[in-house]
Design a protein around this ligand. Structure first.
Ligand SMILES: C[S@@+](CC[C@H](N)C(=O)[O-])C[C@H]1O[C@@H](n2cnc3c(N)ncnc32)[C@H](O)[C@@H]1O
Length: 291
């Protein structure tokens, strides 16, 4: 499907009925994120939730777009520079523009992508977009079930674990509560992957305890299953067993996590937090490689 006539946000017909197990009365993270991106795969409670988070933290809609642009640059880097051709996109979200398989298969038409999301609506819409793409699949799973995700027939069909894999945790681990040990989950995935495997990650982050707390409380009050906005030094633990790559394309900058807007983004200088002090929450982002 890569490169074939994707002119708008919705490259597939929209009359897909929602599966019966989808509860439209409460917001979900996937559908609210879709609403933040001005997508159409969401319902009134999701749109209301998107407005709440935008009012609590003005600029959240912009963050979602910046995060998608980071995802695209991250996948391009991994496919082009690291030559990885297998992607496990965890918490992939609803299909939008520049999905992982489209970006990766533009670089390498044989790239394989397994999309995994806890929300069944992603499977419903993903199946439609992927119907004619044999190298891509979508599954409904909880990323916390590491062995279930890695051992599922869908994953096994497309991913060769003897070769490097790119795991994507883009705008995802803030959905995972501390009690579920987000950094331990990353370790458990990478324990099972070949050296040279890569992590593309972004995470809602703040250096302002009040801003982090207020945002987190509002998301919880909306009834969504969620973790929290974390601090930069916490988020860095995702890369404890990995080697971070430089956030500049010429590899001149020290390898640290940065505001996703500034990660390998042309001439934009990498920044550990947004330049505007008024911006209290951002997507902290980076790419790491298993030595
Ligand atoms: C903010 S969206 C990010 C989507 C996409 N990765 C991106 O960056 O554009 C987070 C996604 O993670 C999914 N998610 C949340 N918790 C999850 C879990 N435990 N396992 C799998 N997916 C999860 C949500 O359903 C949602 O689609």
């Amino acid at each position: 499907m890569a490169g074939k006539g994707f002119s708008g946000r919705h490259p597939y017909p929209h009359e897909i009925p929602s599966p019966p197990d989808i509860d439209m009365s409460v917001p979900t993270v996937a559908r609210t994120y879709d609403a933040l991106l001005d997508g159409k795969d969401n319902f009134t409670p999701d749109r209301e939730a998107a407005e709440v988070v935008e009012s609590v933290n003005p600029g959240t809609k912009a963050l979602a777009r910046q995060n998608r642009a980071f995802l695209s640059r991250g996948v391009t880097y991994v496919a082009e520079t690291l030559k990885i051709d297998q992607f496990l996109d965890l918490g992939s979200g609803l299909p939008t523009v520049e999905n992982t398989h489209q970006v990766a298969q533009r670089v390498n038409p044989n790239a394989r992508v397994v999309y995994v999301d806890i929300d069944p609506i992603v499977l419903a819409h993903g199946r439609a977009i992927l119907a004619d793409n044999a190298n891509t699949t979508v599954a409904t799973s909880d990323l916390r079930d590491v062995d279930v995700v890695l051992d599922s027939p869908e994953t096994r069909r497309l991913i060769d674990f003897d070769r490097p894999v790119c795991v994507m945790l883009v705008s995802l681990l803030h959905c995972v509560p501390d009690a579920d040990d987000p950094w331990g989950l990353v370790r458990r995935y990478f324990d099972r992957l070949a050296p040279g495997s890569a992590l593309v990650m972004s995470h809602l982050t703040s250096d302002d305890a009040d801003a982090a707390r207020v945002f987190t409380e509002h998301v919880h009050e909306l009834g969504m299953d969620w973790g929290r906005v974390r601090f930069p030094d916490e988020v860095a633990h995702a890369f404890d067993s990995l080697e971070l790559v430089s956030p500049t394309a010429d590899d001149s900058a020290e390898p640290v996590l940065v505001d996703c807007v500034t990660w390998r983004n042309g001439d934009v200088a990498p920044l550990k937090r947004p330049a505007d002090p008024a911006q209290k929450i951002w997507e902290h982002a980076g790419v790491g490689i298993k030595p």
